[in-house]
Design a binder for this molecule. Structure first.
Ligand code: HAS
Ligand code: CU
Length: 555
C-alpha cells in the first residue's frame, strides 16, 4: 500500500482537467473582486460627502453589489476552486463522474450569480448582502441566491465522493490532512446553508412573488444568522488550511501536529453553527437565556483559533531555531520574509489578532449594545474577512494560480506581491481604524452620507469618513495591483512547474488518533448542539409570532 507521503508526491502536478475546473471558479472570484472592489471605492467616496453617484445609481444598490460580490461570490468561488485543487493534490485526480458533478454545480452557481446580479443592476434588489426582510427584492434575486447555494452543494458532493473513495481504498488510515480539512469545511457549509435555503425557499420567494403578503421577520433573520455566522468560518477555514498545511512547507518546516489541526477543525464544526444569536443580541423576541447560551458557545469557538495561533507560533519558532535563530526572538529574523507566499499570509495572521479581539468585544452582550449597527462592525469584518482571509487567499494565489496554469511566479511578481500586501495593510489600517473609532462615536453602518441636519455628533464623524475614503482609495490601488499579478499568472508568466506545497507532519508529533475522523460521533454532537441552541427559541418564535410584515422597497 502506498503511504500518504508517496501519494502526495504522485500528485505534485495537477491533472489538467481538475485544474480547469478549479480555474473556472477562480476566474469568477477575481472578476467579482474587480467589480466589488470598484463599488467599495464608490462607497467610501460617497460617504466622505464629497462625491455623488452619477446616472441615478443608488448608494444601496452599489453597497449590495459590493457585499454580494465580495462577501458571497468572491469567497465561495475562490474557496470551492481552492478545495478542488487541494482534493486533487492530496486524494488524487477526480473521476469523470465527480468532475462532471463539479461542472454542473459550477454552472448552476454561475447562472444564479448572473440572475441575482442582473436584478441588483436593474435596481430591483438593493437589499444588501444580508437581504434582511422586510426589505423586499425581486423574486429572481432570491432564486439566483438559492441557485448559488444548490450549485455549491453539488460541487461539495463531488468532493465528498472523492473523500469516501479514498477512505475505501485506505481502510484504517487517517485521510490526508488537507482533504480532511476540505471535508470539514464543506460539511459546515452544507449544514449551515440549509438554514438560508429554508429562509429563501419557504419565506422570501413566496412572499416576493405575492403568494403570501406577510413575512415573519424574526424567523427569517434567525434562519439567516444560523447560516451567516458559520459562513464567516466557511471563509476562515481555507485560510487556516493554508496556515496549517501550506505555510510550514513554504518555510521549510514541519506541521506541528496533525492531531491538533484536526481537533481544531472539528471544534470549528461543532461550535461555529449554534451561535447565530450573537448577531441578534439587540433583537426582541428571543429570551435572554438563549442569547446567553449562544454567547457562551461563541466564546467556545474562540478556542480553536487560539489553538491555531499556538500551533502557528510553534511552527515558526521551531523552524527559526533550526535555522540558527538565537535568544527569545532571534528566530523571527530567520523566517523567509521576502517570499510573498509566506509574508502575505503572515500579515493576514497578524491582522487576526486585533480582528479577533474585536470579535470578542462584539460577542460580549453588554458591549454589543454599544457597537451593534455602528460602522465598528464594518471595521471588524474588514479586518477579519477582508484582511486575514483575503490576504491569505492572495498569498495562496501566488502558488495556486501558476500551479494550475503551468507557469511560475517571477521575482518581479513576487516583489510586486509584497508591495501589494503593504498597500493593502496601509489602506486597511486607515479605513478599518477610522471605522472602529467612529463606530464607537455612534456612526451608523449601512448608511449613505448625511449630516443629520447639522447635528453636532454627526459633524464629529465627518473627518473619520474622509479618512475612510483615503484608506478605501489606497485599497483600490491594492485591488489593481493584485489583478495585475493575477492576470500575469493566468496568461503571461513564464511556463514552468509550480508545486502545490503540502507540509509533512513533524516526527515528534503524536500519532493521530482515529476517533478524530469518526464522523458519526462528530456529526451527532454537531446536530445535538444545534438542536439544543435553537429548538426552544424557534418554537417560541413561531408560536408567538406577530402578524408579520409586508415588503418594503426603500430605494
Ligand atoms: Fe465576526 C460580526 C463575533 C470572527 C466576520 N463578523 C461580523 C460580521 C462579519 C464577521 C462579516 O458576537 C458582520 C455581519 C453583518 O453584516 O452584520 N467574530 C466574532 C467572534 C470572532 C469573530 C467572537 N468574524 C470573525 C471572522 C470573520 C468574521 C473570522 C470572517 C472571516 N462578529 C462577531 C459578532 C458580530 C460579528 C458578535 C455581530 C456584531 C453585531 O452586533 O452586528 C472570533 O472567532 C474571533 C476569534 C479569534 C481570535 C484571534 C486568534 C489569533 C490568531 C492569529 C495567529 C497569528 C499568529 C501570527 C500566530 C481570538 C489565530 C503571529 C503574529 C504576530 C504579529 C506576532
Ligand atoms: Cu458571527
Amino acid at each position: 500500500m502506498t503511504t500518504i507521503k508517496e501519494k502526495a508526491k504522485e500528485f505534485t502536478k495537477v491533472d489538467r482537467r481538475d485544474g480547469k475546473l478549479a480555474l473556472a471558479h477562480i476566474y469568477v472570484a477575481f472578476i467579482a473582486l474587480f467589480i466589488g472592489g470598484l463599488c467599495g471605492l464608490l462607497q467610501v467616496l460617497v460617504r466622505s460627502g464629497k462625491f455623488t453617484l452619477p446616472w441615478g445609481i443608488g448608494y444601496y444598490q452599489v453597497l449590495t453589489v459590493h457585499g454580494v460580490l465580495l462577501g458571497l461570490i468572491l469567497t465561495t468561488y475562490f474557496i470551492l476552486g481552492f478545495q478542488i485543487a487541494a482534493m486533487s493534490r492530496t486524494s488524487g485526480t477526480f473521476t469523470n463522474k465527480q468532475r462532471s458533478l463539479g461542472w454542473i454545480g459550477f454552472w448552476i452557481m454561475t447562472t444564479g450569480t448572473v440572475a441575482a446580479a442582473t436584478m441588483v443592476l436593474l435596481n430591483e434588489a438593493s437589499v444588501l448582502y444580508t437581504f434582511y426582510a422586510p426589505l423586499q427584492a425581486h423574486w429572481i434575486f432570491y432564486v439566483g441566491m438559492a441557485l448559488v447555494v444548490v450549485g455549491s452543494w453539488i460541487v461539495g458532493l463531488a468532493k465528498i465522493m472523492k473523500y469516501r473513495e479514498w477512505r475505501k481504498v485506505h481502510p484504517g488510515e487517517s485521510s490526508p490532512l488537507l482533504s480532511f480539512m476540505v471535508i470539514v469545511n464543506m460539511a459546515m457549509w452544507i449544514i449551515c446553508s440549509l438554514g438560508v435555503a429554508v429562509e429563501v425557499v419557504f419565506q422570501l420567494i413566496p412572499w416576493s412573488l405575492g403568494w403570501v403578503d406577510k413575512v415573519d421577520v424574526l424567523l427569517s433573520r434567525t434562519l439567516f444568522w444560523y447560516f451567516g455566522h458559520p459562513l464567516v468560518y466557511f471563509w476562515l477555514l481555507p485560510a487556516y488550511m493554508v496556515w496549517y498545511v501550506v505555510i510550514p512547507k513554504i518555510i521549510g518546516g514541519k506541521i506541528f501536529s496533525d492531531a491538533l489541526a484536526r481537533l481544531s477543525f472539528m471544534l470549528f464544526l461543532l461550535f461555529s453553527i449554534p451561535v447565530g444569536f450573537h448577531h441578534q443580541l439587540t433583537e426582541p423576541g428571543i429570551e435572554s437565556f438563549w442569547k446567553f447560551l449562544q454567547v457562551v458557545l461563541t466564546m467556545m469557538v474562540v478556542i480553536p483559533s487560539l489553538l491555531t495561533a499556538f500551533s502557528m507560533f510553534a511552527t515558526f519558532e521551531l523552524r527559526g531555531r533550526q535555522l540558527g535563530g538565537k535568544g527569545l526572538f532571534g528566530w523571527v529574523k530567520k523566517l523567509p520574509w521576502k517570499d510573498a507566499r509566506f509574508a502575505v499570509p503572515f500579515i493576514g495572521m497578524a491582522a487576526f489578532i486585533p480582528a479577533g479581539a474585536g470579535g470578542i468585544i462584539n460577542a460580549s452582550h453588554q458591549m454589543n449594545q454599544l457597537i451593534h449597527n455602528t460602522i465598528w462592525v464594518t471595521g471588524h469584518f474588514h479586518l477579519t474577512v477582508a484582511t486575514t482571509v483575503v490576504l491569505t487567499f492572495f498569498g495562496a494565489s501566488y502558488w495556486l494560480l501558476p500551479h494550475l496554469t503551468g507557469r511560475v511566479l517571477t521575482k518581479q511578481m513576487n516583489k510586486l506581491a509584497i508591495i501589494q500586501a503593504i498597500v493593502w495593510t496601509v489602506g486597511m489600517s486607515i479605513m478599518s481604524g477610522a471605522m472602529h473609532i467612529v463606530g464607537l462615536m455612534g456612526a451608523p453602518r449601512r448608511s449613505d452620507f448625511s449630516t443629520y441636519g447639522g447635528a453636532e455628533q454627526a459633524t464629529d464623524w465627518i473627518p473619520y469618513q474622509i479618512a475612510q475614503a483615503v484608506g478605501g482609495t489606497i485599497l483600490f490601488v491594492g485591488i489593481i495591483l493584485i489583478l495585475y499579478i493575477v492576470v500575469n499568472l493566468l496568461f503571461f508568466a513564464p511556463k514552468g512547474e509550480t508545486e502545490f506545497p503540502v507540509g509533512e507532519v513533524s516526527e515528534n508529533a503524536e500519532k493521530t488518533p482515529m476517533w478524530l475522523e469518526n464522523w458519526k460521533i462528530w456529526l451527532t454532537i454537531c446536530i445535538a448542539l444545534i438542536l439544543f441552541a435553537y429548538t426552544v427559541p424557534v418554537i417560541d418564535m413561531i408560536q408567538n409570532a406577530p402578524p408579520g410584515s409586508k415588503g418594503y422597497k426603500f430605494w
